[in-house]
Design a protein around this ligand. Sequence first.
Ligand code: 2U9
Length: 360
Amino acid sequence: MSDIEQLQQSVLADIAAASDEAALEAVRVASLGKSGSVSALLRTLGAMTPDERKARGPAINGLKDAVNAALTARRDALKNAALDQRLNTESVDVTLPVRESPAETGRIHPISQVIDELTAIFADMGFAVAEGPDIETDDYNFTRLNFPEGHPAREMHDTFYFNPKEDGSRLLLRTHTSPVQVRTMLTQKPPIRVIIPGRTYRSDSDQTHTPMFHQVEGLVIDKGSHLGHLKWILAEFCKAFFEVDNVKMRFRPSFFPFTEPSLEVDIQCRRDKGEIRFGEGEDWLEILGCGMVHPNVLRNCGLDPDEYQGFAWGMGIDRIAMLKYGMPDLRPFFEADMRWLSHYGFRPLDFPTLAGGLSS
Ligand code: 2U9
């Protein structure tokens, strides 16, 4: 028996003896690897005379092909054996509930869902979403918004301040998203139509207040904009958000440093058995504050109040989420409790659109 046949026999025997894919791989390397036995033989072809090559070439190449074919066959056999073994050992308990497909695990937080709903509603009315930094300057968060020096809102008890900088100015965690409107007016020429959803911070926390909460404010700056436009926009918002065909609204005089006149808005509702239904009933629920942008604020943002008018509104996102989806308590919003999130959370693919229904 020639050396080639001997080598073929021993390599094919090693292949047949390989008990798993790892062992088989070792045989492949030992035979066809760089310093493999068959590779070594193949390299001898180079040094042969043409006659020798004619004599031994076919046998040596035949050996290589035979080894490759045996490796492939053995690998498939081992794969099938492994699968059979799993099929025999792994029993599928068909009574087990269907495991939610990966896409289904996890939920969209109600805050994020409501921000998506607000974005869809106001985009439909031509509003863009503006965003800005959570860490703000005292100037943008208070001064430009017509908060006089010494205004209580500026006090430590309400605002998280950072240590003063060498120039004495102090950064803070924004107490509302209004500084983003200031930044927008300083960087964008009217007409302006933006909503500003985002995190806001106030150092007051109790049963219904958390140090970090979420607000959405809105701003329109245009020539000739007036309260009538504001009332229409808010009415459209309330109908779309609370998914009711009509809802009565009540506007009460109020005061904010950055708006004149200022109003608080209540919407009609019916409270029964802990439930609140909107768009019906004799009851009222305060939903937001709003007003015409104060001329001082327009001037502070480089706009001439005789040329441009504006109106703005603000509401608590956590609050309107609790009202719409009936969460009794604010605290669990931020406690990352999987039971709460899987109960109140939204399926990722249920992206709210006006056409597709916001919360269907
Ligand atoms: C600019 C001009 C005017 C935004 C406004 C309110 C009224 C308001 C509260 C709602 C619930 C804060 O989260 S809350 O406690 N906000 O009532 N916000 S008008 O007015 C602006 C903002 C920016 C340049």
